[in-house]
Design a protein around this ligand. Structure first.
Ligand code: ADP
Ligand code: ZN
Ligand code: MG
Length: 504
């Protein structure tokens, strides 16, 4: 394929988590009986009056500010006219001339697969509008559900600053993380709370934008990447063959891993926008802007960088913990409790991070706990304070790593304080040479064939190094198990090495 430059711009729609719809009082809940959350306003009856949900405006402006957009002094709504059965008014109330957020940017920093990405993506605008209803096609009939009609929708439009499917995928993932942090959208792409349309064109280097194709039906960030990379290759082959790209809308077919033509859109649609006469112009006052700023929590990218800087976490650890706000909050609460117990910040941070990312996540999944946050119906018994207590016991040498894991499990299963559990189980660490030596001697007697195999692997030299290590770890594990996990692991390993080295 020839050498082309590619341009990608995204239009992302997010459902705002307002309790009610954007222009009426119907609940904006998902997944209920069709046509149960409707009223004359969202069904578009003649003569009804929309009234603006200020909470939708506040949430929209919070997203706009998180994306470094300017909020104009005056913002208003327009009617966008088109006909489609899922929108009974035959126009959608949207924003056109002065959207609530203008000219921002999102800095993409990070990895996607093997690719290191560092790029500023300009945000053209964020505008608030109403969602349409949903058409369901079954056999020869089409059914309409208007529960979604009128739900608060924020559209975020980027400039065509991205160049690869990987960058676009990272953009979606980062945007999703931000709106979830802000608590304004659940980010569920399968349920359609976050939907993306991707625009892409290619051209000879220096020749500017090419003729764009829009890809719809991208209901996961992975499909955004796959669809765009497929489309860049397809357009490249067309240009290589001396053909032109047709300006059209295409759909991603996830069963065939390809984009397919849906409709041509060469006559740019004329929506005949005009200001919505039933809604007044909105001029944000100081009080409104203050509430917007108050909603701007520390964003995940900044938080992850701070976790690395202040707590000495690795990049991957920090990114994983900061993926969900509830988990990052939990981490910091546990750490604060640990510091109150006099632990060193870096030691405690490392230990808590390790437990959180491995054992705690696993135990949560096993126990069916969906989230660490307070919003989950069933509170997680391992409170940050209890995790700090286990960390203090471990770092203070009063609990081995192995017993610490058992302790986590017991706290979650029994909903009791770690200290009580430790006292009851008698998990006092064993670090005297004689006791561990005795346990190792018992393992030596019971595992003769394994000791023979270890010695053979040593004799075979470096080629059998991996096998030697596996077998040695197995034997050390036996010593730990024999002491109920209480033996000091380093000392247990030393005893096993001594026994391996012992001449027969
Ligand atoms: P339309 O009028 O078709 O909706 P817009 O100008 O509103 O087009 O842009 C919609 C999206 O398409 C934006 O994200 C924009 O960055 C992107 N876009 C516009 N033109 C191109 C192009 N030639 N190549 C790639 N992306 C483009
Ligand atoms: Zn309604
Ligand atoms: Mg447009």
């Amino acid at each position: 394929m020839g050498n082309y430059q590619s341009f990608i711009g995204l239009e992302v729609h997010i459902h705002l988590l307002t309790r009610t719809k954007v222009f009426c009082g119907c609940p904006s809940s998902f997944g209920d009986e069709p046509n149960t959350h409707v009223c004359p306003v969202c069904l578009g009856y003649p003569g009804v009056l929309p009234s603006l949900n200020i909470e939708a405006l506040r949430m929209g402006c919070t997203v706009a500010r998180a994306l470094n957009c300017r909020i104009p002094e005056r913002t208003w709504f327009e009617r966008k006219q088109y006909f489609y059965p899922d929108m009974t008014k035959n126009y959608q109330i949207s924003q056109f001339a002065s959207p609530l957020g203008q000219e921002g940017y999102l800095d993409l920093e990070g990895k996607n697969g093997d690719r290191v990405i560092s790029k500023r993506v300009r945000i053209k605008e964020c505008h608030l509008e109403e969602d349409a209803g949903k058409m369901v096609h079954t056999g020869t009939v089409s059914l309409l559900d208007y529960n979604r009609a009128g739900v608060s929708l924020l559209e975020i439009v980027t400039e065509p600053d991205m160049e690869t499917g990987e960058e676009a995928e990272l953009f979606i993932r980062r945007l999703r993380r931000i709106v979830r942090y802000l608590g304004v959208c659940d980010g569920n792409m399968e349920e359609g709370s976050l939907r993306a349309d991707a625009n892409v064109s290619i051209n000879l280097p220096g020749a500017g934008l090419g003729r764009k194709v829009e890809i719809k039906n991208l209901n996961s960030s992975r499909f955004v990447r796959l669809g765009l990379n497929y489309e860049i290759a397809r357009q490249g082959e067309l240009l290589d063959a001396g053909k032109a790209v047709v300006q059209e809308t295409r759909l991603w077919n996830e069963n065939r891993d390809q984009t397919e033509a849906m409709r041509q859109k060469e006559n740019a649609q004329d929506y005949r926008y005009f200001p919505e006469p039933d809604l007044p112009v909105f001029s944000p006052d100081a009080d409104f802007l203050k509430r917007v700023e108050e909603g701007l929590v520390e964003l995940p990218q900044a938080r992850s960088a701070r976790f690395r800087r202040e707590y000495g976490l690795g990049e991957e650890q920090a990114e994983l913990i900061c993926e969900e706000k509830a988990e990052a909050d939990y981490f910091e609460e546990a750490l604060a409790e640990a510091l109150r117990r006099g632990l060193s910040r870096e030691d405690a941070a490392r230990s808590i991070a390790r437990l959180l990312l491995s054992d705690i996540r696993r135990l949560m999944a096993r126990g069916g706990y969906a989230s660490l946050g307070a919003e989950s119906g069933r509170p997680f018994p391992l409170s940050p304070g209890r995790l700090a207590a286990i960390t203090a016991l471990t770092l203070g040498g009063r609990l081995t790593g192995k017993n610490a894991k058992q302790c986590l499990e017991a706290v979650i299963a029994e909903d009791r304080e770690p200290e009580a559990i430790v006292a009851e189980r008698g998990w006092q660490p064993i670090d005297d040479s004689a006791s561990i030596g005795a346990a190792a001697a018992a393992v030596y007697a019971a595992e003769q064939p394994v000791f023979v195999q270890v010695r053979e692997s040593i004799a075979r030299g470096p080629g059998a190094e991996k096998r030697r290590r596996t077998l040695t770890a197995y034997l050390t594990g036996k010593v730990l198990a024999a002491t109920g996990g209480r033996a000091d692991p380093r000392m247990a390993a030393e005893k096993i090495e001594e026994l391996i080295a012992r001449a027969e």
